[in-house]
Design a protein around this ligand. Structure first.
Ligand code: AHR
Length: 499
């Protein structure tokens, strides 16, 4: 079997916003405590953050991290996370039925983010709180000084403003599980008023409005339309969330689920543009896919947990090779929609449905999902090209005409590189893969690599080194045609230089 893509140098879809490689850290389970923060760990820095975890996060090159939730934010008082640690209250976190010590808060997280070389996508609480707390946190974080909240930040050790650019207006406000869940009208009005005053404090910020918690919500579509009607003029992005499951252990159908992400994006774009047309607005609302991942392995164990522990092990999915392939397909899908998806956050980063896991007093290790994300985030920068692709297809339980090969082609003019990411969904067929790169001169292969050849259920929890990216020697270039073979069930990256 053969698959191909054809593209010209000038067929540019759009520039990739680096925030598409964002991630997420919530006060949930062991993400913060025992994850990024463990003062007694041998590698802990003077703030109590684990340096070994920071080193692995830096390998992922994550430009944006959403914080502090998630469901957690809807019951959170941000003021609990500033000032002397000994004065901070312990509180019940009703979202995850845990106890929050507030040992880490905004004050510590902003320092940590600097060491992780990342920007913060700060979420405000629109569940139990509203306009007042939202404007105050922007003043605390971004106002230079001379006012109550900005001077308090200085007194707490941060002389310079944090200048946080990206902010989320609450989280999953349509979900009955959300603390302070709202109807679309209630949320739309609250978000519009909060957004308005947050921008009055700092007009350089960008705001993400909550879309539905998922495309299967009964109010999906109507919710998007209503909240946008209220808040259109004040916000910049609409959020999308999607988690994949494979409870029925159906590999062809599981790997086809990235198609659902693509449809979801296109549906939400249509709604944004319908509201734009109705309002006669010149402004375009883009998308923030600020939660996406595989999440199901840990659900049974989590259902059995007793409440009110501090940092209990929750949502600790142990990922396998098939999950890594679907995460790779998710990345390809996001990139092929980079004209409208400007922010995306792999949920989450450490210990909680995460590519990075930690052992208390022990090592940090990488899950299979780490590898495609790491390659894409490091090498998938620049512009996405619009490709013409051709691949044999298959039908699965829920999807028709799923291409075996899904790919994206990136042009990085700065480093003079073309980078191709491709997944072969076929379980048995090694495919010939042709990439026709028109209008390029002097093409030559820098590297062709693959994550392939593993049992689909292979995990890395017992042997942390059991999976690795290997070279694929089959690729060669003949003028403008790059060809090689991609293995069954494989994630592939081909990097080329041009003159
Ligand atoms: O990422 C885990 C949870 O999933 C988040 O807290 C919530 O927003 C979503 O339901």
């Amino acid at each position: 079997m053969r698959a191909s893509v054809k593209v010209g140098k000038n067929q540019i879809l759009d520039t990739i916003d680096k925030r598409i490689y964002g991630s997420f850290i919530e006060h949930l389970g062991r993400a913060v405590y025992e994850g990024i923060y463990e003062p007694s760990h041998p590698t802990a820095n003077e703030e109590g953050f684990r340096q070994d975890v920071l080193d692995v996060i830096n390998e992922l090159n994550v430009p944006l991290i959403r914080y502090p939730g998630g469901n957690f934010v809807s019951g959170y008082n941000w003021e609990d996370g500033i000032g002397p640690k000994e004065d901070r209250p312990k509180r019940l976190d009703l979202a995850w039925k845990s106890v929050e010590t507030n040992e880490v808060g905004l004050q510590e997280f902003m320092k940590w983010a600097k060491s992780a070389n990342t920007d913060v996508n700060m979420a405000v609480n629109l569940g139990t709180r509203g306009v007042d707390a939202a404007r105050n946190i922007v003043e605390y974080c971004n106002h230079p000084g001379g006012t109550y909240w900005s001077d308090l930040r200085k007194a707490n050790g941060a002389k310079e403003p944090y200048n946080i650019k990206t902010w989320c207006l609450g989280n999953e406000m349509d979900g009955p599980w959300q603390i302070g869940a709202k109807s679309a009208d209630e949320y739309g009005r609250l978000a519009a008023e909060s957004a308005k005053v947050m921008k009055w404090v700092d007009d350089s910020i960008e705001l993400v409005l909550c879309g539905s918690s998922g495309s299967k919500m009964p109010t999906f579509g109507e919710w998007e339309y209503t909240v946008l009607e209220h808040a259109y003029d004040h916000v910049d992005f609409l959020s999308l969330h999607l988690y994949w499951e494979n409870f029925d252990n159906d590999l062809p159908n599981f790997l086809a689920k990235s198609r659902e992400m693509d449809h979801f994006i296109k549906d939400v774009v249509s709604i944004c543009d319908a509201v734009k047309a109705k309002k006669g607005s010149d402004k375009k609302i883009n998308l923030s896919f600020d939660e996406w991942n595989v999440w199901y392995h840990s659900k049974d164990a989590d259902a059995k947990r007793q409440p009110w522990d501090i940092a209990p092990p929750l949502l600790e999915d142990i990922y396998n090779f098939e999950d890594a392939l679907l995460v790779g397909l998710g990345i390809i899908t996001l990139l092929n929609n980079a004209d409208r998806v400007k922010i995306a956050c792999l949920a989450q980063l450490v210990n909680v449905i995460a590519p990075i896991m930690t052992i208390k007093d022990g090592e940090v290790w990488k899950q299979p999902t780490f590898y495609p994300f790491m390659q894409a985030s490091n090498f998938g920068r620049g512009k996405v090209l619009t490709v013409q692709s051709d691949s044999p297809t298959y039908d699965s339980k829920d999807f028709k005409e799923v291409p075996f090969v899904e790919s994206t082609v990136i042009l990085n003019e700065e480093s003079q590189e073309v980078v191709v990411f491709a997944v072969n969904r076929s379980e048995k067929d090694r495919l010939s893969f042709d990439v026709q790169l028109n209008d390029f001169e002097g093409l030559s292969i820098i590297e062709a690599t693959e994550l392939a050849g593993y049992d689909i259920k292979l995990t890395t929890d017992t042997n942390h080194e059991s999976m690795e990216i290997k070279n694929n020697e089959s690729f060669n270039v003949n003028n403008n045609l790059v060809s090689g073979e991609i293995k069954p069930l494989s994630w592939n990256m081909i990097r080329l230089s041009y003159k």
